[in-house]
Design a protein. Structure first.
Length: 271
């Protein structure tokens, strides 16, 4: 049975990212205890419990439905590959699932209400990475995991993908000025993902990939200016406390929660 709260992982992440953001800050004026930081600490410790149970249910149900239709020859062929090749394939396939689900969450007004909680981040840092509505997290992650289980990737390959995803999802939100040089087209960086969160018109609905920016290049959604964004967040009134954010998608006014592209021209959205 997995731990409901992985205190060791939380500690390791905090011990890496708190000093890193102090040593190489992108927005120097941003305090460690910026607005709503305690709310994001709550996400860090408790959101994962809902997500774990939700994913077990969704991935389990989908596999139960589709499992019998997957040819054994296919899963055997996948498993017979060396681990390094399986890990690379798993990363690419999972991020395609992430890209598609993420783009759908931006395009469908009802789903955007869930995703707007994540886009309500106005000061980017490692802690803010955890502010994701459980429904958003469960469905988007399931879109990544289901193809991996369906194709029969080994548990080692899936574990490598999970470790890379976890590290990178925190890193790309962090308040650090680390740049990747030419690798920025291959590997998601803070530069790539900060633009996804920018509250600037040119950045709306850009940079959907979790780990591989070239998926956005293929999808026609890549934005990679050299400078970094000045302003993050959304203009719609996402509430500030965890329990309010949980129910927000169900009670939000349909007009205010619509993706910006379809809302009033003066409005703005980011993530
Ligand atoms: Zn988004």
């Amino acid at each position: 049975m997995f731990d409901l709260i992985d205190f060791k992982a939380v500690l390791v992440i905090a011990l890496i990212f708190i000093p890193l953001e102090q040593l190489l800050p992108l927005h120097r004026e941003q305090a460690m205890t910026r607005r709503h930081w305690l709310n994001d600490v709550f996400y860090l410790f408790f959101n994962g419990i809902l997500v774990k149970f939700g994913m077990l249910a969704v991935v389990g149900a989908v596999m139960l439905l589709i499992g019998r239709f997957i040819p054994e020859a296919l899963t055997t062929a996948v498993q017979s590959q060396p681990l390094w090749l399986q890990a690379i394939e798993a990363l690419v396939i999972a991020d395609i699932g992430f890209y598609v689900a993420h783009r759908i969450f931006h395009a469908v007004p009802f789903l955007w209400r869930f995703h707007a909680v994540h886009h309500s981040i106005e000061e980017m840092d490692w802690l803010a990475a955890h502010r994701v509505h459980p429904v958003d997290q469960i469905l988007t992650k399931s879109a990544s995991y289901v193809p991996l289980f369906a194709l029969g990737f080994s548990s080692e390959a899936i574990l490598i993908y999970i470790l890379i995803y976890h590290w990178q999802s925190v890193f790309i939100h962090s308040n650090t000025r680390i740049k990747f040089g030419p690798l920025k087209w291959l590997v998601a960086s803070p530069q790539f993902h900060h633009w996804h969160h920018a509250n600037e018109r040119q950045a709306y609905d850009k940079n959907f990939a979790g780990q591989l920016p070239f998926l956005d290049l293929i999808g026609g959604t890549l934005l990679m200016p050299d400078q970094m964004p000045e302003k993050y967040g959304v203009d719609e009134p996402v509430p500030q406390l965890y329990h309010q954010q949980l129910i927000y998608p169900f009670v939000a006014d349909a007009g205010s929660a619509a993706p910006i592209a379809e809302a009033a021209p003066a409005a703005a959205k980011a993530e």
